[in-house]
Design a protein around this ligand. Structure first.
Ligand code: GUN
Length: 281
């Protein structure tokens, strides 16, 4: 078997085009504020991509690049200002934050109706209780890509490797809400292949290059690679792509798989927040 490659780039492009058409007709534009504190090189790249995508689709954006030494108080003051800004409908604080800043405190300071990432405790709770509201962008992008390729989730064995609050846990909850039988594996899991070999849908979100090898994958599985690892200037996923491709039915590439979907979901979430706040249809 040679897997069909799930084209996240093309799917994201289609979603972006739809949003652009919708935004063109709006008199007041949706606005997104992105806040980056510190010098994390990957985060620098991600926020620039997010800003550029906003420009491309006609969403107003503000990007705040704060120094590593920014205090929690200063960050909270900025969020307070953005919460009050009429131009801004979605607020994104790029993670990770510098170690001296309390992440939960900052995320909780974002006005609930502007929580474009869905990281607030209320939105996490809504997701966990099956009442999805603002849903984190990467997990939402994974589900949207599965839908694009008409992949049934009900009753399937879904295995998520990784338990982060940004990807692993919310992805597992979204799959569960769609009636998959879900297993979450992580760094303390004993005998990872035991679980992955049973997966109809295997999602790797750990940040370990080529962690998932062909012998760990069931014939005909759907393999979603959320990993973005930079090795010698090249982007490599968590999945050993070529050998796994020969065994799977569907597989996402890195780059061009989940990454572009994350950004597309961010602008979709911004438009959703805008509609919720302004009452626009
Ligand atoms: N860091 C890595 N992924 C994300 C994301 O989706 N949103 C935010 N805010 N930070 C991140």
């Amino acid at each position: 078997m040679t897997a069909t490659i799930m084209d996240g780039k093309a799917t994201a492009e289609k979603i972006r085009a739809g949003i652009k058409a919708e935004v063109t007709n709006l008199k007041v534009k949706p606005g997104l504020a992105a806040v980056l504190a510190g010098k994390n090189p990957a985060s620098q790249v991600y926020v620039e991509i997010k800003r550029k995508t906003c420009d491309d689709v006609g969403i107003y954006s503000e990007l705040y690049k704060l120094p590593e030494e920014t205090t929690e108080k200063e960050l909270l003051q900025l969020i307070d200002k953005l919460n009050k800004s009429e131009k801004i409908h979605g607020i994104l604080v790029q993670l990770p934050l510098p170690k001296h800043i309390n992440e939960e405190k900052v995320l909780e300071a974002i006005a609930l109706e502007k929580d474009v990432d869905g990281f607030s405790l209320v939105n996490v709770g809504r997701l966990a209780s099956g009442r999805e509201a603002a849903v984190p962008c990467t997990p939402k992008g994974v589900i949207r890509l599965l839908e694009e390729y008409s992949i049934d989730l009900a009753g399937k064995n879904a295995v998520v490797i990784g338990r982060s609050n940004i990807v692993g846990k919310p992805t597992a909850l979204l799959l569960l809400n769609r009636n998959a039988t879900v297993t979450i594996c992580h760094s303390k899991t004993a005998d990872l292949p035991h679980y992955t070999k049973k997966a109809d849908i295997l999602i790797a979100a750990v940040g370990k290059p080529k962690l998932v090898t062909a012998d760990m994958v069931k014939e005909g599985a759907v393999v979603i690679d959320v990993g973005i690892n930079r090795i010698d200037g090249k982007l490599i996923g968590d999945v050993d792509f070529e050998p796994v491709r020969k065994k799977a039915a569907y597989i996402t590439p890195v780059p061009g798989g989940v990454g572009p979907m994350t950004v597309a979901m961010l602008i979709e979430n911004t438009l959703e927040r805008y509609k919720k706040i302004t009452g626009a249809k």
